[in-house]
Write a protein that binds this ligand. Structure first.
Ligand code: ZN
Ligand code: ZN
Length: 270
């Protein structure tokens, strides 16, 4: 619905030679939307995997991708103007469910309240990037009916006045439309996340050849440079396969083989 294939198709074609087809008849808004008018059935990651699996209902494909994002306080992300993007990949033939995430501060997310007739609405909407970036308008005392797809500044102003007048507290709320097709910055973040996911899938498991071999965690206990006791620093990284369970360790990226004495609880007790 929101043209996310523009962000996903190029990396998947370039990295994996994969063709992306879209299933335009899915109403993914039923699973939860940015305007907060439909409750989310589940946690973000689960919603995202569920969304991907919806594709199998009507498309004869083995693999599906879906994205879920959360910005600002609307979805209770503990960042005032940041967010997180989640991209799920499901391969039902090989039994792969892979989720990549990208936390980001690169967001234009804003939310402000105004009374009817406030001249600042125009200035603020422009500062929010409107009309290149979309905005939503909602009544402060009733969030059930957000107004979307406004195209001119005059429309934004009259929607704000109308919603402020019917609000119990006299305020209307103006906030960023985070739907990908109305938010160029979000589209760029999605492209970066799609690259990350495609690069992950490009790596095959050395044991069973399943795609998606990669980081599954790390182990702490890097030895102290002075006494050799294990510290809380990461000792090595672990790559794994989600299909056969094969795992391999690799040394830290920065090449460190010992931890600073200051981080050692034996040498520097607190
Ligand atoms: Zn030590
Ligand atoms: Zn494997």
């Amino acid at each position: 619905m929101h043209a996310k294939e523009l962000a996903v198709a190029p990396p998947f074609r370039r990295v994996l030679g994969a063709e992306i087809v879209i299933r335009p008849d899915i109403d993914t808004d039923a699973l939860g939307t940015f305007s907060g008018d439909v409750p989310r059935p589940d946690a973000l990651v689960e919603t995202c995997v569920l969304k991907a699996e919806l594709a199998f209902q009507s498309l004869d494909v083995d693999c599906a991708i879906a994205n879920e994002g959360s910005y600002g306080p609307i979805d209770a992300v503990p960042l005032t103007s940041g967010g997180v993007e989640i991209m799920a990949f499901v391969d039902r033939r090989r039994g792969i469910r892979m989720v990549e995430t990208l936390p980001t501060h690169r967001t234009s997310w804003r939310l402000l309240r105004f009374k009817a007739g406030d001249p600042n609405v125009r200035i603020v909407a422009k500062a929010m990037g409107f009309p290149r970036y979309g905005v939503f308008v909602v009544c402060s005392s009733d969030w059930s009916r957000p107004i979307k797809d406004l195209t001119t500044l005059d429309d934004v102003v009259s929607a704000m006045d109308q919603e402020a007048r019917r609000s119990e507290d006299g305020f209307a709320v103006l906030f960023s439309d985070m739907r990908a097709h109305r938010n160029p910055l979000r589209m760029r973040v999605l492209r970066a996340l799609a690259w990350k996911l495609a690069k992950r899938l490009e790596r095959l498991c050395p044991k069973c050849d399943a795609p998606g071999f990669g980081s599954i965690g790390n182990r702490r206990g890097l030895p102290c440079e002075d006494c050799g006791a294990p510290t809380h620093w990461v000792h090595f990284e672990i790559d794994g396969c989600s299909v056969c369970g094969h795992a391999e360790t690799r040394p830290r990226k920065d090449g460190r083989t010992t931890a600073k004495k200051l981080s050692c609880s034996s040498c520097s007790p607190k």
